[in-house]
Each structure stands twice: as structure tokens, then as C-alpha cells.
Design a protein around this ligand. Structure first.
Ligand SMILES: [Zn+2]
Length: 365
């Protein structure tokens, strides 16, 4: 149903996966669980880094390095650096010497702003190695995009990645992204409208497939990527590069491939109001479920929006979304204490409804 096979022998390389046991958000993941997630999605490799560690990153970085060393080349380790911790630059140097390919920085959970002198030093180290630095990009991080654009200009050897589709800055950053061949965006995010803007306005050579496991399963992330990228007209070469080809080049220290310009906002095509209603109710449901609230009213409204007398593509698509939302309701009824249980089918319904030009998936659910 996700069409991964259509990429032939493309080596999928997930840019964003975590392990850790101490994140205050309660999520945990072992290397074995991430490998199982890669296997489930049919993916070979991932970049791996630590979840939040309130007591510092040295031991967590060692765990990531050990997992990578034991993975037969499946994990590429990034060291997580908290710039306000004493010895942050030394930890970055130590991790590089021990085999880290680059770094992960998280301004919100590690409580730092940009620009920051230690971040400059860490990016300078990546510049010397032609290695990646992945920045968490989300809500509540002022000036992240401006600072990262400035860093990309100053340190052309560093490969800077704005995670989560760069949603903090996606609205304005396209021109800078087009001009900087060392500024990338990972696709680890849920909202289909953000994905449409990402694939339509950011050049395909700057987009790196990513899941955010254990928070986002690879099997959903790859479905979403392929569907939205096809919706804006990307062909096989761009899909293969986004799925992993470009990240493989980056990690090998090669120059990133130029895959041409972004297709532009017009590639999104006319919106279909019936399916947009489904998207909007699904988005509300998902945001509620993410925050631990009951999304069932929004899912019921999304199902009502699926009731149609239209036939053809739109009718088929709404019928398909309705089936998924029925599954979401059934999961909710079976797990009344876990609003999370309703999310996977609701996510799929949102992505399918948000990309009507691709049609309903070929296999019925
Ligand atoms: Zn993450």
C-alpha cells in the first residue's frame, strides 16, 4: 500500500532516529527496536542519536556510538551536544574522534538560543569533516532559521539539516534554501499541509527522508513522503535521492547531487474542498491526540465530511479515508484510555485526503 517497492533498489536511509531510556517525555527506544522499525519499513540505514538526557550526553553518545559499531553499517551515529553544558565543545571533539559522523542539536529541550558561540564551534568542526549537523526545528524557537542560514553561509563544508520539515521557518526560507547547497530539511513531521509546502517549495536535492523513530514509525513516514512527493510531480530520480541517495552522498563526504529547482507552489494544484474538510478535521484530531486529549469528536466530524454523492476519484478517495477513520474509531473504542491508538489510521486518512491528485491507494484497507 505504500509503494516503497516502486523505488527499486533505492537504499532507504532515514535521517532521524533516536535511542534513549531517560527522556522526561517517557518514550524509550533501544537500538534493537530501531532496527526492527527499519526492517518493518524496508529500510537499510538510519542516522542515530540520543533522545533528551537531563543528566548530560556523554554516556548517551557512547551508547549511540556502540550501537552504530555493532550495527554492521546500518546506523550512522550523531553525537548530541548541549551547548550550555560545560565541556560541550570537548564532548563534540571526543565524539568525532570516537566515530561520530556529525551532531544533533535541540534548542528547545536543551534550552539554548541562536546564535550561540558554542554552536558556531560545533558547526565549525562539522565543516572541517564535511559532516552533518541536525537541528530540531519546531515551535517556540526564535531566529532558528535565520541563524542556521547564516551558519550555512559561514561554514560551507557543514551539512546543516533543519529537522521536522523546518516548520519553524518553512514559510520564508525557500529562497535561501535554493541558494545554499549545504542546507537540508528532513521529512520527520506529520501535517500534510506542511509536507505539501516542503516538497513544492524546497529543491528536491535539499530534502532528506526521515521518520523520527520511535516517535514516528518509518512505515508511515515513507508512505507520507512518497505520496506527497508524487502529488507535486517528483519523478523517480528525485524520489530515490530523497529516500536515501542524497544522505548516502553526504555521509560519504561527497558533494550533494543537484536535482534541480523546487516545482513551486503551483505544483500543489487546485484544492478539493470535500477532501480539505477531511484534512482539517483530521489535523484537529491529531493535534488533540498528541496532547493526550480525546480526538473522537473530530474524527466523527471527519467521517461526516467523507459522506458524499460524488463518484470518480474524489468519491473513491473519500470512501477510502472513511474506511481508515472507521478503523480509528474502532481502535479508540478498544483502547479508551489511549487517544494515541486512534492516530495511525487518522494520519493516513489526512495524508490521503490532502493529496487527492494521487488518487486512492490501490489496495483496499
Ligand atoms: Zn527527533
Amino acid at each position: 500500500m505504500d509503494g516503497r517497492e516502486a523505488l527499486g533498489d533505492a537504499e532507504w536511509f532515514d535521517a532521524h532516529t533516536h535511542i534513549g531510556q531517560n527522556d522526561p517525555d517517557g518514550r524509550k527506544a533501544t537500538p534493537e527496536e530501531i532496527l526492527a522499525g527499519l526492517d518493518q519499513a524496508g529500510h537499510r540505514r538510519s542516522m542515530l542519536f540520543a533522545m533528551h538526557e537531563p543528566d548530560g550526553y556523554r554516556a548517551a553518545n557512547d551508547a549511540v556510538l556502540a550501537a552504530a559499531a555493532a550495527s554492521g553499517g546500518r546506523f550512522t551515529p550523531l553525537a548530541r551536544i548541549a551547548p550550555n553544558e560545560p565541556g560541550a565543545v570537548q564532548e563534540a571533539q571526543r565524539a568525532l574522534a570516537a566515530g561520530a559522523a556529525g551532531f544533533k542539536l535541540h534548542p528547545r529541550s536543551d534550552a539554548f538560543g541562536l546564535p550561540h558561540p558554542v554552536v558556531d564551534q560545533v558547526v565549525a568542526l562539522a565543516h572541517e569533516q564535511r559532516g552533518p549537523v541536525l537541528f530540531h526545528a519546531g515551535r517556540g524557537i526564535p531566529h532558528l532559521g535565520e541563524a542556521v542560514v547564516e551558519l550555512a553561509r559561514t561554514y560551507p563544508g557543514a551539512r546543516l539539516i533543519l529537522a521536522h520539515a523546518g516548520i519553524s521557518d518553512l514559510g520564508w526560507i525557500a529562497e535561501d534554501a535554493a541558494a545554499l547547497d549545504n542546507l537540508f530539511f528532513d521529512t520527520a513531521w506529520w501535517n500534510v499541509a506542511d509536507h505539501l509546502q516542503l516538497y513544492a517549495t524546497i529543491p528536491p536535492g535539499r530534502i532528506l527522508y526521515a521518520s523520527d523513530m520511535p516517535y514516528g514509525p518509518g512505515i508511515f513516514a515513507s508512505f507520507c513522503f512518497l505520496r506527497v512527493a508524487r502529488a507535486v510531480g517528483h519523478g523517480r530520480d528525485a524520489l530515490r535521492a530523497i529516500a536515501g541517495g542524497q544522505l548516502s552522498r553526504i555521509i560519504a563526504g561527497e558533494d550533494p547531487a543537484d536535482l534541480g529547482p523546487a516545482p513551486g507552489v503551483d505544483a500543489v494544484g487546485p484544492r478539493v474542498i470535500e477532501t480539505e474538510r477531511v484534512v482539517s478535521y483530521c489535523s484537529v484530531a491529531l493535534q488533540l491526540a498528541f496532547r493526550g486529549f480525546d480526538p473522537s469528536e473530530s474524527i466523527a466530524l471527519a467521517r461526516l465530511a467523507c459522506q458524499t454523492r460524488r463518484d470518480g476519484n474524489v468519491g473513491e478517495l473519500l470512501h477510502y479515508a472513511d474506511r481508515l477513520l472507521t478503523i480509528a474509531q474502532e481502535s479508540g473504542a478498544a483502547n479508551p484510555e489511549m487517544p494515541f491508538a486512534m492516530m495511525p489510521p487518522t494520519l493516513l486518512a489526512m495524508v490521503i485526503a490532502g493529496t487527492p491528485e494521487v488518487g486512492a491507494p490501490p489496495i483496499a484497507v
